[in-house]
Ligand binder design. Structure first.
Ligand code: UDP
Length: 251
């Protein structure tokens, strides 16, 4: 099982933000691309990046390496959309982890895609799966596992996941842990798609409430998340650095 290396070989339209190629595809085109990968033979890492991810990549070469191995990096924050516009992209699209999970689960009900939910506190991924089964009868969620285990148990957890033979592995253990898990275990797991989805299971299980639609429309969902979870402040503190780095580069 090969893990494909770079987005450029796949002819995905991208815009460089701080040296990282961010996809400018719409949600519909992104879903078509993912479906074509599910039908193929290779494994692909998908990263849904927010501004803090790109600052972390500036600071930690190991995470930059992880991004370099992704087949697709989507824009998952207003900050990235702003940077893409500054780089000349007229109509960048937000393709968030939360939205991709919901849409791929819906597609699973139509096409039978096998999906595994890894991550979050014990019971959370199960509750998210239960809710999806009510919402999309027939969706093929083939297993769940919580995300609180030490890195030296990665292989054991990967073996459990492999037994469920998933086409798609959603890993919700926070960045960069989830992406590193996917890269390390993909050959063993054998899924066609491995995607880090952060706090998505918390949202779909009902543990975390999604921001009111008005805030979502105003692109202020981050403020809502910060209010519910003040520990995210350490991430928010990276945002001024992101803005400075972008402004330093001439458009
Ligand atoms: N989490 C996990 N294992 C850990 C640490 C975190 O499964 O060792 C889960 C946590 O319960 C939450 C998700 O990872 O569901 C992280 O969400 P967060 O919103 O912090 O991720 P981000 O999207 O900011 O990367």
């Amino acid at each position: 099982m090969n893990l494909t290396a770079s987005p450029t070989s796949e002819r995905i339209p991208t815009v460089e933000v701080l040296g990282t190629p961010i996809s400018s595809m719409s949600m519909d085109d992104t879903l078509l691309k993912i479906q074509s990968w599910i039908a193929g033979t290779d494994s692909h890492l998908i990263v849904t990046a927010d501004a803090t991810a790109l600052v972390i990549a500036e600071e930690k070469p190991r995470f930059r390496e992880v991004l370099g191995k992704a087949s697709l990096i989507t824009a998952d924050s207003v900050g990235i959309l702003w940077a893409m516009k500054r780089a000349g992209c007229k109509n960048p699209h937000k393709v968030s982890g939360v939205d991709l999970v919901a849409k791929l689960v819906a597609l699973s009900a139509q096409h039978g895609y096998r999906i595994f939910f890894l991550g979050a506190e014990p019971g959370v991924a199960d509750r998210a799966a239960e809710r999806f089964r009510l919402q999309h009868p027939g969706c093929n969620i083939v297993g769940t596992h919580h995300g609180y285990f030490p890195a030296d148990s990665d292989e054991i957890v990967a073996q459990t996941i492999a037994k469920a033979k998933p086409d798609i592995l959603f890993a919700a253990m926070g960045m960069p842990r989830q992406e590193e898990f996917i890269l390390r275990t993909m050959p063993l797991v054998g899924a066609k798609i491995g995607m880090g989805v952060g706090g998505s299971f918390d949202v779909f299980s009902g543990k975390t409430k999604r921001a009111p639609v008005l805030l979502q429309k105003m692109r202020m969902e981050w403020a809502w998340r910060l209010m519910l979870n003040p520990s995210k402040l350490s991430k928010v503190k990276l945002l001024p650095k992101f803005v400075m780095l972008i402004l330093k580069n001439k458009p």
